[in-house]
Design a protein around this ligand. Structure first.
Ligand code: NAI
Length: 504
């Protein structure tokens, strides 16, 4: 372990949302912390705010009153940058502007000890370019906390081209000693989380744009089938569309316009209209007083059926079978579930009508992915064109017998949860391929940084990498777009019959 000693003095520059949170984390870990902001009084105000937050924890019995006093006593508001001269680690959390950050670090280098570690909390700027021009670029790294820093466990330890690997390890061990879950990553646009998470927003935005379903239905599917804490529309309303759209644009530009990161015109419209989400009172949803939250769309059926037939292996969909309130007859076949006139199957990324035609199936109902079919509350389906009313009703009734709310989407390739998870896994695979981070760290980052129910690579492995690759192939064929091309590493894993977690 090379974690910094508790006696090491830490400085945080920028006493806004992130700086104050980071200062609190370091003080809670026992360090003396100097907090500096160029707005007079801002650092002292931030410490008052931390004191109030800790006070609430004392009231709830989660923190001892004397501990609160000790933490606050370790926080010192300072006004002059020269007072940081003897700090061991200086963490910058000022305005997101490359020139302003560069100028600050140049100034720090001229007044601090030669062995001081410089860290930036930037979420979108290159650590390599912030460090360029410094006398000791090897001593500058990214230390990327998530908001709110005292609560969110993830910290990305970002190495630029010149960063010293030993210092990356020191920051990793220090973050761990502070009770965080650090991961190593190379300085590339979006690092891990802000890159791998892009399809979570992008696929829902696409589905909305194409009229597959409305916001409330897609959000409910992500929560109640996908196991995510929030759907993309309620989450971006919370983050703020100005912020979320700016991150998407910056990642898109940084990857030279790769269509995988293409921003959405629907979101741009919201930004243009000043509908930033909760903070402006309106985004995808209306937050004004008395506004009614739209309800997710669902369909029901009172059709009756005697039994259902399972042909072959349904893969992850097998977990649904114990919930069906009917007898299940098993036969050989190609992974189909039959009830009455209806044929049900897990989506493979093709549209229902296309699959019905290509595979010679009539009355086809495609079922979306659920994180856990044994406990999901809702599921999306789509139907092939010309499906008989009886077959549709029987298929819906079968799913309802498992106490699932059924939401009908238009005939869309990959439905909602499946295509989102396939694209998350695909981005994660490319992130491994480009040596930005390890598969294990990417999965950990997506759980600890944005609360995904499972890391996208482990999730894809559970479904089957061959299935995920096939879903992407079908999406690419349907849309004719590069955006859905499977990662070379995903294809390689499928060809090898290996997994991401086989790696040493
Ligand atoms: P903020 O606007 O809440 O706070 C920035 C603070 O820095 C302000 O108090 C401002 O007065 C001060 N400041 C600006 N220029 C300064 C300078 N030259 N010297 C000293 N103080 C200066 O911003 P926030 O949200 O705390 O973000 C700070 C950094 O953290 C940015 O780089 C941002 O990209 C990054 N970040 C933000 C996250 C978020 O969710 N807000 C998450 C992770 C990283």
């Amino acid at each position: 372990m090379s974690a910094l000693d508790r006696n090491a003095k830490i400085a945080v520059i920028g006493a806004g949302a992130m700086g104050a949170g980071i200062a609190q984390v370091a003080a809670q870990a026992g360090h003396s912390v100097l907090l500096l902001d160029n707005r007079p009084g801002a650092a002292a105000q931030a410490i008052d705010g931390i004191d109030r937050q800790l006070g609430k924890r004392v009231e709830k019995g989660k923190l001892a009153a004397d501990e609160r006093g000790e933490i606050v006593a370790r926080l010192h508001a300072v006004e002059a940058i020269e007072t940081l001269a003897d700090c061991t680690l200086i963490i910058e959390a000022i305005v997101e502007n490359l020139e302003v950050k560069r100028a600050l670090f140049k100034q720090l280098e001229s007044l601090c000890r030669a062995d001081c570690i410089l860290a930036s909390n930037t979420s979108s700027l290159s650590i390599t370019s912030i460090a360029a021009g410094l006398q000791r670029p090897e001593r500058l790294l990214g230390l990327h906390f998530f908001n709110p820093a005292p609560v969110m466990p993830l910290v990305e330890i970002v190495s630029g081209l010149a960063s010293d690997p030993a210092l990356a390890q020191t920051l990793f061990d220090t973050a761990k000693a502070w009770g965080k879950q650090p991961v190593h990553t190379r300085s590339t646009p979006g690092f891990i989380v802000n890159r791998v998470a892009r399809p979570f927003y992008a696929e829902s935005l696409r589905l909305l744009q194409e009229g597959a379903a409305d916001c409330a239905t897609l959000d409910a599917l992500m929560r109640e089938a996908g196991g995510f804490a929030m759907g993309a529309f309620e989450l971006t309303d919370l983050i703020g569309h100005d912020v979320n759209y700016a991150v998407t644009c910056s990642v898109f530009d940084a990857y030279y316009g790769d269509s995988r990161f293409q921003p959405s015109l629907i979101q741009k419209e919201l930004v243009d209209a000043g509908r930033f989400g909760r903070k402006s009172g309106r985004g995808f949803y209306d937050y004004s007083e008395g506004a009614q939250r739209p309800q997710p769309q669902q369909i029901s059926s009172d059709a009756s059926f005697d039994s259902c037939v399972v042909e072959g292996d349904l893969g992850v969909l097998n977990d649904l079978l114990p919930r069906l309130k009917t007898s299940v007859i098993k036969r050989d076949g190609k992974g189909l579930l039959r009830v009455g006139d209806a044929v049900l199957a897990l989506s493979d990324g093709r549209m229902a009508s296309q699959r019905a035609k290509e595979d010679g199936l009539r009355n086809l109902i495609l079922i979306d992915l659920a994180f856990d079919y044994a406990s999901a509350k809702r599921i999306a389906i789509s139907c092939s064109a010309g499906i008989s009313a009886d077959a549709r009703e029987q298929g819906i009734a079968l799913l309802q017998s498992a106490r699932l709310q059924v939401s009908l989407l238009s005939d869309t390739p990959g439905l909602a949860v499946l295509r989102t998870v396939a694209m998350l896994a695909n981005e994660a695979a490319d992130t491994v391929l480009h040596d930005v981070a390890s598969a294990a760290d990417i999965d950990l980052a997506m759980r600890a940084g944005v609360n995904y129910p499972q890391g996208p690579l482990a999730w894809a492995e559970r479904i089957g990498l061959a299935q995920i690759s096939q879903v992407l192939d079908h999406l690419q064929a349907s849309y004719g777009e590069e955006r859905y091309r499977p990662s070379l590493l995903l294809r390689r894993k499928v060809a090898e019959g290996s997994t991401f977690h086989d790696q040493p």
